[in-house]
Design a protein around this ligand. Structure first.
Ligand code: ZN
Ligand code: ZN
Ligand code: ZN
Ligand code: ZN
Length: 217
């Protein structure tokens, strides 16, 4: 897997930028228009920072709303429990309003207390946006990492959740997956830090970048 500097797309104008440049781009180009008060947040995999999103959320919303969005784009498999906390132990209730957080704060988040996926959520800036129906607006997301089949080099479609603990040969294309000995352990490749965990298959993730859907300047 590639290490640093995975690029992503701005969902408002289509710009393709690295994570830090994306933050500056969003703050400078997209966060001062409109009436609705929001906070600009970044979420990323705690252990795989190739997976990152930027979003904004109204200050009147609660963590429960953020939790629901994170489940949809990245996490949901079987309705597991989840929670936000400061550091390892200080729990933050799901009813806590977004307006109680300040730029510079970092929250930890766990989904599934068994086969856990850990995220980091950074509060970046206060911002404004035009009013919209959906509480969470997805602003930017990493380009899906290019993962290739360990047998033939074609784009990978599956991850073997048995091999992933034992070897580096864990990704398979559709054809090679058909003859892989651990058929019952295959999960689809997804653009998520939960790829390969529990039964996660990404079926609720409808947020792939679509250049035709760019709405902003
Ligand atoms: Zn943009
Ligand atoms: Zn599950
Ligand atoms: Zn293959
Ligand atoms: Zn295997």
């Amino acid at each position: 897997m590639k290490k640093a500097g995975v690029k992503g797309n701005c969902y408002l104008c289509g710009a393709e930028l690295g994570g830090t440049a994306m933050k500056n781009h969003l703050v400078n180009a997209h966060t001062a228009e409109g009436e609705e008060e929001v906070l600009l947040l970044k979420a990323e995999g705690a252990y795989n920072k190739n997976y990152w999103i930027y979003l904004d959320i109204p200050v009147t919303a609660t963590l429960k709303t953020l939790d629901a969005f994170l489940r949809k784009i990245w996490l949901e498999c079987c309705g597991h429990m989840s929670g936000f906390h400061y550091g390892q132990h200080e729990r933050i209730g799901m009813g806590r309003k977004i307006e109680n957080f300040l730029p510079g704060e970092r929250l930890n988040y766990d989904y599934d207390f068994g086969d856990t996926t850990e995220l980091l959520v950074s509060v970046l800036a206060e911002a404004r946006r035009p009013a919209q129906k959906e509480a969470v607006r997805l602003l930017a997301r990493n380009v899906p990492p290019e993962l290739t089949c360990c047998k033939c080099g074609k784009p990978a479609e599956f991850i073997c959740t048995l091999c992933m603990y034992e070897t580096d040969d864990l990704f398979y294309c559709g054809e090679c997956a058909g003859s892989h000995e651990h058929e019952d352990y295959l999960l689809p490749v997804t653009n998520s830090p939960r790829m390969g965990s529990c039964a996660y298959d990404g079926e609720l993730d409808v947020f792939a970048f679509n250049p035709a859907g760019v709405t902003g300047r």
